[in-house]
Design a protein around this ligand. Structure first.
Ligand SMILES: [Zn+2]
Ligand SMILES: [Zn+2]
Length: 418
């Protein structure tokens, strides 16, 4: 398996996010909202953690095809790397374009476009299951003889390149707007303005969009987000909500053939012209709308931050050391991290289930801390155990002091106790 270049770049990502936040503050602009940025990070974190299990399977398919069916073996390294770079970029373009134009593929990719902000954190807002569709588009590279190592490296380079273009702090870049993907061009891609829909699908090079007619330069300031707003901070549901919409639409479609067709048509397509939501003609697309938002007391946001930072740290450590961990340790840690990001989303929305789950999570983490101490007492000695449990007990008192926000008064709690 190749190195996880994305995990190696995590400190760099956070440095850029901090720098962009400070530049925006200095310019007296608000590019970040705490709940939105945290949800972006939760999506990215989930994608990386789920990726530990999915990547080896998907990469295995590529390796299998390359090993058994590769037609060419390039003698020149220079040619091999050039083919790998152009090949990955070309295949990405078609995968990305189809992900916007075919309903079931949009259901997977939509996660990346749900934020109504545009900043470096949005770059990390990655969908969890798009690997299942992208691998199909990349397989021709295995057939023509791009080695698995070169493919994995170039795919990582492509992902890393696309990080820096998610910013509003960089304007247009002159002639480069005709050669490579730039912040201005990718802002267009994230816009829901009518003239910007389904434009600029390229990863590194923008020439594919110019050649295949999907190129569009930034004119007016884009309105960000999807045509139909997601309206939630839940990073797990973000990966499934469009499937629910498609199932609903299928149920309401009359003819059987249209029920099937729906999944392969563009988002917003409907078989019945009377209640069709014709995407291109919708008058609602361009209306500036109130962005989805919820407010929490500063103390509760601070609580979330204090628990989110260790979540990010633990997840990063897991990404680096996943190969050295047993399947049980890996699964337990990944589930605990996913539980945490799910609860954080629920707290932002002041959901009762999030309150209940957070109390459960604090108990669970205390039990796991004791278990780690018993299993690995050399690494996790009594001092750390004491500090961790103390932190969790203080957290429980701190968190439950906000119970009224979740619709729970002390009277109700007492009633339930009896
Ligand atoms: Zn996209
Ligand atoms: Zn993007």
């Amino acid at each position: 398996m190749t190195k996880n270049y994305i995990a190696l770049a995590i400190p760099g990502f956070f440095t850029f996010i901090l720098a962009e936040y400070l530049v925006a503050r200095w310019q007296k602009k608000q590019y970040y909202r705490f709940n939105d940025a945290v949800t972006d990070l939760s999506c990215g974190l989930g994608q990386q953690l789920i990726g530990i299990f999915l990547k080896s399977f998907l990469f295995g398919i590529y390796v299998y095809v390359y090993t058994n069916f590769a037609v060419f073996h390039f003698s020149s390294e220079l040619i091999a790397w050039t083919v790998a770079f152009i090949g990955v970029d070309f295949c990405y373009y078609w995968w990305h374009r189809m992900s916007h134009q075919v309903n079931f593929m949009w259901a997977l990719h939509v996660v990346h476009h749900q934020s109504e902000e545009y900043n470096f954190a949005v770059a990390l807002r990655q969908a969890w299951f798009t690997g299942f569709t992208s691998i199909v588009f990349y397989l021709p590279l295995a057939f023509i003889g791009v080695t698995p190592g070169k493919f994995a490296t170039m795919a990582a380079v492509s992902t890393l390149y696309q990080f820096w273009i998610h910013t509003r702090t960089v304007g247009k870049l002159g002639f480069l707007e005709w050669v490579i993907n730039t912040p201005a061009l990718h802002r267009v891609h994230h816009a829901r303005n009518r003239e910007y829909l389904d434009k600029n699908h390229g990863a590194t090079l923008i020439v594919w969009d110019i050649i295949f007619g999907t190129y569009c330069q930034e004119q007016q300031e884009p309105l960000y987000g999807t045509v139909k707003p997601y309206g939630s901070w839940n990073p797990i549901w973000a990966n499934f909500h469009y499937w629910r919409d498609l199932i609903e639409q299928t149920r309401h479609t009359k003819r059987f053939i249209d029920k099937i067709k729906l999944w392969f048509m563009y988002p917003g397509w409907s078989a019945e012209p009377t209640d069709a939501v014709e995407r291109k003609d919708s008058t609602e697309i361009e209306t500036p709308r109130i962005r989805y938002d919820t407010r929490l007391p500063i103390g509760l946001n601070l609580y979330i931050a204090l628990h989110y930072i260790p979540t990010l740290l633990i997840s990063t450590i897991v990404l680096f050391y996943s190969a050295a961990m047993s399947q049980f340790e890996l699964l337990l840690t990944v589930l605990m991290m996913l539980l945490t990001v799910l609860i954080v989303g629920g707290i932002f929305e002041k959901r009762f289930w999030a309150f209940a789950l957070e109390v459960f999570r604090l108990c669970l983490f205390s039990i796991v801390a004791v278990w780690i101490n018993l299993q690995y007492s050399t690494v996790f000695d009594r001092y750390y155990l004491f500090t961790t449990v103390l932190f969790l007990v203080i957290s429980a008192a701190w968190f439950t002091s906000y119970r009224k926000l979740f619709g729970i008064s002390t009277a109700v709690l007492r009633e339930k106790k009896c």
